[in-house]
Design a protein around this ligand. Structure first.
Ligand SMILES: NCc1[nH]cc(CCC(=O)O)c1CC(=O)O
Length: 328
């Protein structure tokens, strides 16, 4: 279909490609509801897909494919015309898009912080000496050990519901999850404490949802554009520019988090050893219009301190797997 033909044809039905995890479905339903509220005559359908990452969830192979495994299937559906948009957690979106696809919309961010969840203890600082904390994010592990070197970090995988079930089964004294996922799935009451960003700097894009589509589909882009949130997008672009400059899929253990104060953007970045033996930090303050430059400068400052050596020393399977994409 040519661009002019699409502009002449109003969109009557929109298909959203989505994974079938509870969080992915919530995000797709949320976008569907917002679009239906904006356009009462529009029919929005969910195209539910099983991503390779979901199939391989319990296999070590899932580690090798990293983030890409969870979005590739959805991107195929877009490229083959089986769906019109795909809704993603920005944290899990790879740095580069296949030819013809792009991500023109980033929605308003939910709480970006990490959350402390426990059935016994009120916060990280309340945990007794040697307590067991569940997470498989090296970013979280590194920052938790920096604050509490006595804790034992144990591997914890699966989606949000699985993780809570493992906590409830008594396998851990506490677990750390993104607040956003818990809030969206109505588990806010399980959060005992929000980790201050000074204690646990979030992953780039955490808490934000983005919409990917075919960039030639101007009518679709126009349709979804009202869901774009400029302030969130400015912050997420800075965070992603830092991660991209630190080199592609290798994002572990990397944190990047930007905030806006009027027209001033403040970006903080971190690269650390998983055991917290070394933690590099950077802070950049720039006009909001230079958000990408802030990300590049942050990455270069981290690289100048030795971030490249830390990241290169990580085993490949770990380095390729970012902030534990299976958690969705
Ligand atoms: N890495 C997995 C992932 N991707 C997005 C979220 C939910 C929060 C968000 O939207 O960033 C999670 C779960 C988690 O980190 O606990």
């Amino acid at each position: 279909m040519t661009v002019s033909a699409q502009q002449a044809t109003p969109v009557t039905t929109l298909r959203i490609a989505t994974r079938q995890s509870a969080l992915a479905l919530w995000q797709a339903e949320h976008v569907k509801a917002r679009l239906e509220a904006l356009y009462p005559d529009l029919t929005v359908e969910l195209v539910k897909m099983v991503s390779r990452g979901d199939v391989l969830l319990d296999s070590p192979l899932a580690k090798i494919g990293g983030k890409g495994l969870f979005v590739k299937e959805l991107e195929h559906a877009l490229l083959e015309g089986r769906a019109d948009i795909a809704v993603h957690s920005m944290k899990d979106v790879p740095m580069h898009f296949p030819e013809g696809l792009g991500l023109p919309v980033i929605c308003e961010r939910e709480d970006p912080r990490d959350a402390f969840v426990s059935n016994t203890y009120g916060s990280l600082d309340d945990l007794p000496h040697g307590a067991i904390v569940g997470t498989s994010s090296l970013r979280r592990q590194c920052q938790i050990l920096a604050r509490r070197p006595d804790l034992t970090i144990n591997f914890l995988r699966g989606n949000v519901n699985t993780r809570l079930a493992k906590l409830d089964a008594g396998e851990y004294d506490a677990i750390i999850l993104a607040a956003a996922g818990l809030i969206r799935l109505e588990f806010r009451d399980r959060i005992r404490h929000f980790l201050d960003t000074e204690v646990s700097l979030p992953a780039g894009g955490q808490g934000a949802v983005g919409i990917e589509c075919r960039m030639a589909d101007q009518a679709i882009i126009d349709l979804i554009k009202p869901l774009h949130h400029d302030e969130t997008a400015t912050c997420v672009l800075a965070e992603r520019a830092m991660n991209r400059t630190l080199n592609g899929g290798c994002q572990v253990p990397i944190a990047s988090f930007a905030t806006l104060d009027g027209d001033t953007l403040h970006l903080r970045g971190l690269v650390g050893q998983p055991d917290a033996s070394e933690i590099l930090r950077t802070e950049q303050t720039v006009p909001a219009s230079e958000c990408e430059k802030a990300g590049i400068d942050a990455a270069e400052h981290l690289l100048a301190q030795g971030a490249g050596e830390i990241l290169a020393a990580l085993p490949h399977s770990v380095a390729a797997n970012a902030d534990t994409p299976d958690q969705q």
